[in-house]
Design a protein around this ligand. Structure first.
Ligand code: 5AD
Ligand code: SF4
Length: 425
């Protein structure tokens, strides 16, 4: 989502006459998009912004803008200004549309007043001209859930959906400009159109997107496990262009912790949903997000998470140490888990999942996978790199003309991150 935000700023800057710079030293403008979902992300961003003070001082007239969630946090702006006085433009997650004005003024700030109300459900700039093979499309903004650990509703506001015609028009123009894959983005795509009371739900939108001419693949993220409807599983199973991949954040395998997190499901319910997906789509990839060390999490709770990770057979898991975010319900809960314990659990969880990821990839060896060729491999430019329907990075020999096409690849070797193979010609 932050990457997609960055693309909006790039398009808005291009509308003002800027052109993309290849390297930072050539740039007249740098926009840093920020995320405040975890403290580690916040620290990294502050480090990056600090480093940019040198870049800024090297040539007069350079502009530095900082955008997104970090800026939108309640009362954050004053503190940020003190910590980074060299930043010219501060712009909250709600205020992208004001970027052009701030750019033309050469500085200033725009932060939506708290508490956040539903803002506009439209994109500030069309992106078709970026000409990407795989393009992200926002279908909704904000979140109406109240997961006890999460700061997103505070900085991204209430849930609101983009009109189906707007989404489909954007997808159509992306496809016309050469996109072959789109990724539909929302904090919880399952509730698309719910706040608006639309008849067009997410399963409908997914089917409509899958039928846009020129598009080969449609992905979506994220689905809340609590409300993953049968109609969505059916759409994924029946529409050839929809990738058989569900990102279904688990967060914890312990019912006690799930309740404290206010997630609205149990471990058994989660596994039942995984089973429903696998019954309809035996080849489906299921990936997840997991937090360790939520306040009150005991060793026994953590053991439940490990057990579920082995049972669910995730193709991939993004694993996080719980991070205390001020203003969230969990911030003041008793039983905050000390950092060394959180770190140790994270290590064990990551190891368990690495084994599972490798086992999953090994099961693909000797089989044919359709790969969307994205370009030369980052590690070895003589090879091509692409993505399977399950978003596994796959590397293989090929020709420049293969880039941007879908090729059948025989998988020969895998490690935990990459698969290697050969095109079947
Ligand atoms: N601490 C750790 N991880 C978090 N996430 C969200 N909030 C926190 C937090 N306070 C994780 C969740 C979510 C993912 C995007 O980030 O796992 O699914
Ligand atoms: Fe945060 Fe929960 Fe909303 Fe996801 S569903 S953005 S974790 S509040």
């Amino acid at each position: 989502m932050s990457e997609r935000d960055g693309e909006s700023f790039r398009a808005l800057a291009e509308n003002c006459g800027y052109v993309p710079a290849l390297r930072r030293e050539e740039a007249d403008l740098v926009v840093v998009t920020t995320c405040c979902v975890r403290e580690s992300a916040e620290n990294r961003i502050m480090g990056n912004i600090g480093q940019l003070s040198r870049w800024k001082a090297e040539r007069p007239g350079r502009l530095l803008a900082v955008a997104g969630c970090l800026v939108q946090q309640e009362g954050a702006l004053e503190n940020l200004r003190r910590r980074a006085p060299h930043v010219d433009i501060w712009i909250g997650a709600f205020e992208q549309e004001k970027f052009t004005d701030l750019l033309q003024a050469g500085g200033g700030s725009a932060v939506y007043p708290s508490p956040l109300r539903a803002g506009p459900a439209r994109e500030p700039a069309p992106l078709a001209e970026l000409g990407k093979i795989s393009a992200a499309v926002n279908i909704m903004y904000g979140c109406d859930n109240h997961c006890a650990y999460c700061v997103v509703p505070q900085v991204r506001g209430p849930e609101r959906s983009r009109a189906p015609q707007d989404v489909l028009e954007e997808i159509t123009s992306l496809a016309a400009a050469g996109a072959r894959e789109v990724v539909l983005l929302g904090q919880n795509v399952n509730s698309y159109g719910r706040a608006e009371g639309w008849r067009e739900d997410f399963a409908w939108l997914l089917r409509a997107a899958a039928r846009v001419p020129g598009l080969w693949r449609v992905r979506f993220t994220t689905s809340h496990p609590r409300d993953l409807p049968e109609a969505l599983i059916a759409a994924a199973a029946e529409e050839a262009a929809v990738c058989p991949h569900f990102h279904l954040p688990l967060q914890s395998g312990s019912d006690r912790v799930l309740r404290a997190m206010n997630r609205g499901y149990t471990a058994a319910y989660y596994l039942e949903r995984v089973g429903a997906i696998r019954r309809a789509l035996p080849e489906a990839r299921i990936s997840t997000d997991i937090i360790v060390g939520f306040p009150g999490e005991t060793e026994a709770d953590f053991a439940e998470t490990l057990r579920l990770v082995r049972e669910a057979r995730f193709s991939q898991a993004f694993t996080f140490m719980y991070s205390r975010r001020s203003g969230t319900a969990a911030a003041d809960m008793p039983g905050q888990v000390p950092r060394p314990e959180r770190r140790e659990r994270l290590q064990r969880l990551t190891e368990a999942q690495a084994e599972m990821s490798l086992a999953w990839r090994r099961s693909l060896v000797g089989f044919r996978q359709e790969v969307l060729v994205t370009g030369p491999s980052k590690k070895n430019a003589a090879l091509l790199s692409g993505l399977t329907a399950g978003r596994e990075i796959t590397v293989f020999p090929g020709r420049e003309a293969d880039v941007g096409t879908l090729v059948p690849v025989l998988i020969k070797e895998v490690n935990s991150w990459t698969m290697f193979g050969e095109i079947i010609r």
